[in-house]
Ligand binder design. Structure first.
Ligand code: UDP
Length: 315
């Protein structure tokens, strides 16, 4: 008997890569998405597969799904800063009500549950690099608070279902991840810089560009999530690439890799933008025997043709 997984947000960037991975591992995959930030194009190549099913649905409502379920991966959420600025209520609802509904389904089906959490739970961190034991520094009423607090609530709800109802739960804290199927205009630094570089337009660095991020190639992230879903680890696990870079250096790297003639311009830094971010992955190494295999340069080289094509299509 094949195992069956429900992936919420399955038509999104990460969700669609997870759909592919679980199909490859011999699972039946139910992909659920309301397509507000996800896209049918991300999964259209899977729709001929008899083990793949797509359901257009908003998981903040009661979920009625027939058949057995072994695992739920809850990945539905707007996930880029401009998305949660534009959709603050949906962001809060999917992290709170959506997590409650999907946990309820896991309990009813006796399925394992894996929550997609985020490095944003650490906010603008006062500890560096960030270990899972760090409680974070989040502004609850700031613009990013709708995402950060929804994910923090989602973690609390997940642990409550584990402790009170005995649901087998897992929590992954995902750091900045990139790869094919990111939206060209999702507003995040990496797609924006690639787009601007290929159009030879100015690269918009926010602030003075001294803030740092650590970028993970999507295949590495998917491997970490797959391992976590198969593991016994209940407490949160960071999955990310610890190679840290300032945003200014990153902008220069994209210009160099693409051979662009773009300049760099400095725009205002958004409120509550974290100044530093780097995962401590000691725990993932220990409990999952996982570490990233793709360094940033290699990953950017693998990804840049995707962005080039997207720019050509949009132009
Ligand atoms: N950023 C930037 N220019 C852009 C978009 C983003 O300098 O056009 C900065 C942003 O302020 C942040 C970093 O790049 O410091 C990463 O932003 P992103 O939106 O990719 O992800 P975040 O880690 O902030 O969620």
């Amino acid at each position: 008997m094949k195992k069956r997984v429900l992936i919420t947000g399955g038509a999104g960037f990460l969700g669609s890569h997870l759909c592919e991975r679980y199909l490859k591992e011999g699972w039946k995959v139910v992909c659920m998405d309301n397509l507000i930030t996800g896209s049918y194009n991300n999964i259209v190549h899977l729709t001929d597969n008899e083990h793949f099913q797509f359901i257009e649905f908003d998981v903040t409502n009661y979920i009625d799904l027939e058949g057995d379920l072994d695992l739920i991966l809850h990945f539905a959420s707007p996930a880029s800063p401009i998305d949660y600025l534009e959709m603050p209520i949906q962001t809060l609802k999917v992290g709170s009500l959506g997590t409650h509904k999907t946990l309820g389904l896991a309990k009813a089906k006796g399925a394992k549950f894996l929550l997609a959490s985020t490095s944003e739970v650490y906010g603008d961190p006062l500890e560096h690099p960030q270990k899972e034991t760090y409680w974070g520094n989040v502004n609850p009423t700031g613009y990013r608070g709708v995402y950060d607090e929804a994910k923090r609530f989602a973690e609390a709800m997940t642990m409550a279902y584990h402790r009170y109802h005995g649901v087998e739960t897992r929590i992954v804290r995902i750091f900045n991840t990139y790869g094919a199927r990111m939206r060209l205009k999702d507003g995040r630094a990496l797609p924006t810089f690639f787009r601007q570089a290929f159009e030879n337009k100015p690269i918009t660095v926010f602030g003075d560009g001294s803030q740092t991020r650590s970028f993970t190639y999507v295949d590495d992230l998917v491997e970490g999530i797959f391992r976590l879903s198969q593991s016994d680890e209940v407490e949160p696990v960071n999955i990310g690439n610890p190679e840290e870079i300032s945003i200014l250096e990153f902008a220069k790297e994209i210009i160099e890799i693409t051979g662009s003639s773009s300049d760099i311009v400095f725009n205002e830094l958004p409120a509550d933008d974290p100044k530093i971010r780097q995962p401590d992955i000691t725990k993932a190494k220990r409990v999952l025997k996982w570490e990233p295999l793709t360094d940033r340069r290699e990953g950017l080289l693998k990804t840049m043709n995707y962005f080039k094509e997207q720019v050509q299509k949009s132009g």
